[in-house]
Design a binder for this molecule. Structure first.
Ligand code: APR
Length: 246
């Protein structure tokens, strides 16, 4: 498998979907599987509108812990390869991440679509004030931070039961792409898990990760291994279009 590569032609538009596996080698726990966050926390108690209504202190405790972990983490080779790829092919790369840790930007990626929000931003749960940069931690016995309007300040995260961000841009990019590569995502959380089915037949579809994702059958190619090890050798950016039979 190690000698296989994904060749990007000058006419290709590449859609990359990253998941928690891309940050695993940076020391940020994934959600599912051994050591995953959802082994120790119940989703509905920390990552849902219901949780926020029931116990906002517990929700902030969870996201404060995640801010600390992500704040201490550094981007790994997988993040750097994707930043380099953007330098090489510019806006023919559409980088869509389910991750909220900010490591793609810290590796140098400039255009990142954060469909599940951003860990280091907060917003009001009542008014339309824009999400704002916020690195603070709010843990009990600290009070829940309040907005000027009296609403409560919540993490800028798409919780279960909420609509992911930037869906219009995402579907436009899916329509346009000729190559779709999912990296480090288990393929169980919608709508991201269905992106590959949306482009299948029109675009080359590839998966990179140590285990087969739940939606494996929708991928033409599967590169089995850690993203930080495989990505540095995976992409070849062609300067000229290859011609069949040439
Ligand atoms: N390189 C690549 N992939 C890896 C690595 C690695 N080094 N280590 C683990 N993985 C893979 C696992 O095999 C698994 O398939 O990463 C995947 C992580 O899966 P999940 O924990 O389910 O994470 P993800 O798919 O990103 O979750 C989607 O669910 O609860 C949420 O909102 C949260 O955005 C998240 C969404």
């Amino acid at each position: 498998m190690a000698n296989r590569m994904l060749r990007i032609d000058p006419t290709d538009h590449v859609f990359i979907l990253t998941g928690a596996g891309v940050s695993a080698e940076s020391g940020i726990p994934t959600f599912r599987g051994a050591g995953g966050l959802w082994r120790n926390y119940r989703i509905e108690e920390v990552a849902s509108p219901y949780a926020w209504e029931r116990d906002p202190g517990l929700v902030w405790e969870f996201y404060s812990m995640r801010r600390r972990v992500a704040g201490d983490a550094k981007p790994n080779p997988a993040h750097f390869v994707l930043a380099k790829l953007e330098e090489a092919i510019g806006d023919r790369l559409f980088l869509c991440t389910q991750n909220v840790d900010g490591l793609h930007e810290r590796a140098g990626s400039r255009r990142v679509i954060h469909m599940h929000g951003e860990l280091f931003k907060s917003r009001c749960d009542r008014c339309s004030r824009s999400p704002f940069a916020d690195e603070k931690t709010y843990e009990p016995p600290a009070e829940i931070p309040l907005c000027e309007c009296g609403g409560r300040i919540r993490p800028h995260i798409c919780w279960f039961g909420e609509m992911p961000f930037e869906m219009e841009k995402i579907f436009t990019a899916l329509e346009k792409c000729s190559m779709f590569v999912a990296i480090g995502t288990s393929g169980v959380v919608e709508p991201a898990a269905s992106f590959v089915a949306h482009v299948r037949g029109r675009a080359l579809t590839a998966y990179v990760g140590p285990e087969e994702p739940a939606n494996r059958s929708a991928f033409d190619e599967c590169y089995m291994g850690a993203a930080g090890e495989l990505l540095p050798k995976l992409f070849v950016v062609e300067q000229r279009t290859r011609r069949a039979g040439g």
